[in-house]
Design a protein around this ligand. Structure first.
Ligand SMILES: Cc1ncc(COP(=O)(O)O)c(C=O)c1O
Ligand SMILES: Nc1c(O)cccc1C(=O)C[C@H](N)C(=O)O
Length: 406
């Protein structure tokens, strides 16, 4: 097995317009980290920012930090809005259509409730992908239980979704990129077809935001959610985001109407008057420390051309698929990620009957991907910090592990 990186891959790295971004991350030595679709790597600016938030803003300024520096946009109170504005650019939204805080699960509850609130009267069906990420399914089940079981959760295979966009469906709940296979759905086309049937759309962008450009406004999408700790690199348990199209702000119910979503929290009014825009969905006190980390992590994207990000992501995943392809002839390895660019997110997955054990061996060898039930080997590629040389090393690692186990 040769460890010499082929010239054509070195040439791709040499003309990579995003190559300089790698230096903005801490990447441990001896590891090829292919799990940024679960927990993004640490941006170098984050530790100092966290230290400042803890020592100066909390330690010295204490409670004054909630309002201190408001004129310069440095107050904690507006931190969720500042982070929302940075995420808005990545998902094709306007800043006042994005709210940041809570987890993706909680935000899914909020936007699903909001979607049902603006759905066509009398419709009770939530249509979703049978293989959707569990939390999406569970949240829909929980909301149905809360509503006395009056909803129907209709689960169909993702490939059959379009055929099920019928006039009785209230809301469509879909994850754009499947967490197991990396299959990417056509958000624009599905949104258009759903809306033609009067269906309100809710998109889970957990594996989309920060991985490639998303254009929610361009698609006319209704609602969306996504994670802060995956491709946005906000750190473990980073706050999530939600998106609510401006046209729904007045009519959509705020299911968790907390005081921080009030138009004037310190008025301490007895009744809920929603804040303008999506801020109304920020229920409670902003998680300042984790928001600070996410805010800093998002600065990495400031000078990133999102089309270049997508082009590089596809080049990395193409390269991995090409390099691993010969192994499929020798080992029970089946590519489950679509080869078509339009249908691929930023990960590559394979079925293997001993996927769990193979991944354990890979991690032992410093190739960190992950295993997903029942038999999926999952490799996430982050165009901000991966090179084609990394891809080469990862593919060689897969080869070595499979050969050693044979
Ligand atoms: C598609 C999708 N939705 C939601 C989540 C997670 O939600 P939460 O941040 O609430 O754990 C994940 C990953 O954990 C996911 O892959
Ligand atoms: N959120 C996670 C966690 O708290 C622990 C371990 C993994 C995760 C994940 O993000 C899993 C991820 N959503 C997935 O696609 O499988």
């Amino acid at each position: 097995m040769t460890l010499t990186i082929p010239d054509h891959l070195l040439a791709l790295d040499a003309r990579d317009p995003l190559a300089h971004k790698r230096g903005e991350f801490h990447l441990p030595r001896g590891v090829v980290y292919l799990d940024g679709n679960s927990l993004g790597a640490l941006p170098r600016g984050v530790p100092a920012r966290l230290a400042h938030a803890a020592q100066t803003e909390w330690g010295e300024q204490l409670i004054r930090s909630w309002t201190a520096g408001a004129d310069a946009g440095q107050d904690w109170m507006a931190l969720p809005d500042r982070v929302a504005a940075k995420i808005a650019r990545l998902i094709g939204a306007r800043p006042h259509e994005v709210a940041v805080g809570d987890s993706t699960s909680v935000n899914t509850f909020k936007v699903l409730a909001a979607a049902l609130g603006v759905a066509q009267p009398g419709r009770r069906v939530i249509l979703t992908d049978a293989d959707n990420f569990p939390t999406d399914l569970y949240v829909a089940q929980g909301l149905n239980a809360l509503l006395g079981g009056t909803l129907e959760l209709r689960r169909v295979p993702a490939d059959d979704i379009e055929a099920h966009l019928t006039g009785d469906v209230a809301a469509l709940l879909l994850t754009q990129v499947d967490y197991r296979t990396g299959r990417k759905l056509d958000l624009e086309a599905i949104t258009e077809q759903a809306q033609a049937q009067g269906i309100v759309t809710v998109w889970d962008l957990a594996h989309s935001a920060g991985a490639f450009p998303v254009d929610l406004n361009g698609a006319g999408a209704d609602f969306a959610v996504g994670c802060g700790y995956k491709f946005l690199n906000g750190g473990p348990g980073a706050p999530a985001f939600l998106y609510a199209a401006e046209r729904h702000h007045d009519a959509a119910p705020v299911a968790i109407s907390g005081w921080m979503g009030h138009a004037d929290p310190f008025e301490m009014a007895r009744d809920f008057t929603p804040a303008p825009g999506a801020r109304r969905f920020v229920a409670g006190t902003p998680m300042v420390l984790s928001l600070s980390a996410l805010d800093e992590a998002l600065n990495v994207f400031a000078d990133v051309d999102l089309d270049a990000l997508r082009a590089k992501s596809l080049s990395l995943t193409d390269t991995f698929i090409d390099l691993v392809e010969p192994l499929a002839a020798r080992f029970p390895l089946t590519l489950v990620t679509p080869r078509e660019h339009a249908r691929r997110g930023s990960q590559v997955s394979y079925r293997h009957p001993q996927a769990r054990e193979v991944m354990a061996d890979l991690i032992q060898a410093g190739i960190i991907g992950d295993y997903r039930t029942p038999d999926i080997l999952r490799f996430g590629f982050t165009p901000l910090y991966h090179s084609h040389a990394d891809v080469w090393q990862a593919a060689r690692g897969v080869q070595a592990v499979l050969e050693a186990r044979a």
